[in-house]
Design a binder for this molecule. Sequence first.
Ligand code: FES
Length: 112
Amino acid sequence: MSINSHNDSFQPPAPARDLRIDSCARGAAVEFLYDGRAVRAHAGESIACALFAAEVRTLRRSPRTDSARGMFCLMGSCQECVVEVDGRRVAACQEQVRAGLNVRSGTGGGTR
Ligand code: FES
């Protein structure tokens, strides 16, 4: 018995670009760089959410195992989402996007 056996019309999740709610108020469209790639977002979104919407899942590599790390808690506790923003190490889930930010994938451990 599968977890979806009660619903034969199960559909896989929509791509991240379809997850934004069109009817809600949001900040102005902005663009920032992630590892040199232009990413479109809306002012006020967290860097983590903007990257998720841009289908970026790996935000850093584990310094010990080189495994991919990304968003986990989304509340600043786990430090899995640490990236570099204009040379500062920050939790991507706690930092808002702004036009012109230069974000680089993280290296090493957390911010603490
Ligand atoms: S996802 Fe846990 S600190 Fe950002």
